[in-house]
Write a protein that binds this ligand. Structure first.
Ligand SMILES: *[C@@H]1O[C@H](CO)[C@@H](O)[C@H](O)[C@H]1NC(C)=O
Length: 312
């Protein structure tokens, strides 16, 4: 390790996405629309679950918690990306960079944990409908939500503290649109072995385990549904589970590809495009995928809007 003649870096440059200058405006408009859709879609779900008493059941508490983490997750990265594209000022201070990384890990993890909790909730509701209220009690809901928060915060703190030990020398260009943990590790000029090891172990724990748990829950759901012979029910459950599984796979697939199987042959452009998938596309799709086929949400929307009209 070379410790002498080392300059302390006070800020980084976020180089953003590899977009040719003539297409900047087009992509700016696209990202703005995507971000506004994310905010609107998730806010609607949060507000509906707050206002409508019919939605005061565990499933919608979890859904609104998922929406909350989606909203925060994309708000940690998107406004900065949009601002950078507009102002061409790509600098971000060292502290802000670590804070951004910290929050990305918190909300990314929360999203992952809530997807598991929701899959478990559906599993109990479909496979043990008679025991649902005793198994998923309000107390358990609160415990699960608190546990998700604590795990996410602990995991983020671990990575942030490990990152804060590292020193950064001359190279301060991050070829990414946010302060990504693996992009930062590539820039560090001190020993990053522990960081890489922890990224791999913890990443394996908090990503692969939830993903497997979700798959197991859905497999159980499908198995128990196949015993019921009504084709209509089978069709409905398959289309719902299929759409849930497709966003879940997009989310976990890109993260596993980036943090657990990366190295060597991945180009940076491909990596940033993949990062777009889990930081921008999944948070935007979640509210639609989880509520589009859902009659309760549509009815709640009508009730809330109708009540507004009467009170006016
Ligand atoms: C998250 O879930 C908890 C416990 O079920 C609930 O009380 C809370 O309102 C939810 N939070 C949000 C933002 O929806």
């Amino acid at each position: 390790m070379i410790m002498n003649n080392q300059t302390v870096i006070s800020h980084f440059l976020l180089l953003g996405l590899p977009i040719p200058p003539e297409h900047q405006h087009l992509f700016y408009a696209l990202f703005l629309v995507m971000y506004l859709t994310t905010v609107l879609g998730n806010l609607i779900i949060i507000i509906l679950t707050l206002l409508d008493s019919h939605l005061h059941i565990p499933m919608y508490f979890f859904l609104s918690n998922l929406s909350f983490s989606d909203l925060c997750f994309s708000s940690v990265t998107m406004p900065k990306l949009l601002q950078n594209m507009l102002s061409h000022n790509q600098s971000i201070t060292y502290t802000c960079c670590l804070i951004q990384m910290n929050f990305i890990i918190i909300f990314g993890n929360m999203e992952s944990f809530f997807l598991v909790v929701m899959a478990y909730d559906r599993y109990v509701a479909i496979c043990f409908p008679l025991h649902y209220t005793s198994k998923i009690s309000p107390k358990l809901c609160v415990c699960l939500v608190v546990l998700c928060w604590m795990l996410a915060i602990f995991h983020a703190m671990l990575h942030t503290l490990l990152m804060a030990r590292l020193s950064f020398c001359e190279d301060n260009m991050i070829p990414h649109f946010f302060c990504d943990i693996s992009a930062l590790l590539k820039l560090a000029c001190s020993d990053t072995h522990i960081n890489e090891l922890m990224t791999f172990i913890m990443g394996g724990l908090v990503i692969v385990t939830p993903f497997l748990l979700i798959i197991v829950s859905y497999v159980q759901i499908v198995c128990s549904i196949l015993k019921v012979s009504s084709t209509q029910v089978i069709h409905k459950v398959f289309s719902t589970c299929g759409s849930h599984l497709s966003v879940v796979s997009l989310f976990y697939g890109t993260i596993i590809g980036l943090y657990l199987c990366s190295k060597a042959n991945n180009s940076t452009a491909k990596e940033t495009a993949m990062a777009m998938m889990y930081t921008v596309v999944t948070p935007m799709m979640n509210p639609f995928i989880y509520s589009l086929r859902n009659r309760d949400i549509k009815e709640a929307l009508i009730r809330v809007l109708y009540k507004k009209k009467i009170s006016l």
